[in-house]
Design a protein around this ligand. Structure first.
Ligand code: IMP
Length: 181
């Protein structure tokens, strides 16, 4: 099958479905330990990329959970960050003095992470704010920011699958893949 300029038969597996799923129970445990509370946790799923990671992760939480969804776009149709962040929907309930977990798919330049953490701190005043990302592309960072938790550190390659897309495609793959250059 050919989708635009990328062919799925060229896609290589970087992180398998099993490797991803294996990380999630311990990650959920570590996040709950960091919140150190029996109160509810507001899980903020950053659409569209973190949808798969977020729904799989919350299955492992023991605390009561509220799920909220916000939508941001940063890549357009490119494979490099355009530095052009677009907030599409930031509608949220009152999070004042709540435990808030932001769930992202990947931190690349760090612009989105900085935007989100500043937004939540300044506008929502959470009791505790934790930022978790499935992937960390540390070598591509332009802003000095690190997630509180991440599952995998990856090289500076463009990846797809498990929520991450190329021109809107490949989000449904259960693994993380890349197209060798
Ligand atoms: P940042 O603001 O540059 O850190 O980029 C964050 C956003 O860019 C992520 O939430 C993704 O939606 C997108 N992104 C960054 N790297 C990749 C990639 O390798 N594949 C697909 N999307 C990516």
């Amino acid at each position: 099958m050919t989708l635009l300029d990328k062919d799925i038969k060229d896609l290589k597996v970087l992180i398998s479905e099993e490797e991803i799923q294996k990380q999630l129970p311990q990650l959920a445990k570590n996040i709950e330990k960091a919140f150190n509370t029996n109160e509810e946790i507001y899980v903020i799923c950053v659409l569209k990329g973190s949808i798969m990671f977020c729904v799989d992760l919350v299955k492992h939480f023991k605390n009561p959970i509220q799920m909220e969804f916000i939508r941001i776009s940063s890549y357009g149709h490119e494979t490099k960050s355009t530095n052009n962040l677009q907030a599409i929907d930031l509608t949220l309930p009152n999070l004042n003095n709540k435990n808030v977990l932001i769930v992202e798919d990947i931190i690349d330049t760090g612009l989105t992470a900085r935007f989100l953490t500043d937004l939540f701190r300044i506008k929502h005043h959470p009791k505790k704010l934790i930022f978790a990302s499935l992937l960390n592309k540390k070598c591509a960072r332009q802003i000095d920011i690190e997630p509180d938790f991440h599952c995998f550190e990856i090289d500076d390659k463009f990846v797809v699958g498990y929520g991450l897309d190329y021109k809107g495609y490949y989000r449904n793959l259960p693994y993380i893949g890349y197209f060798p250059i």
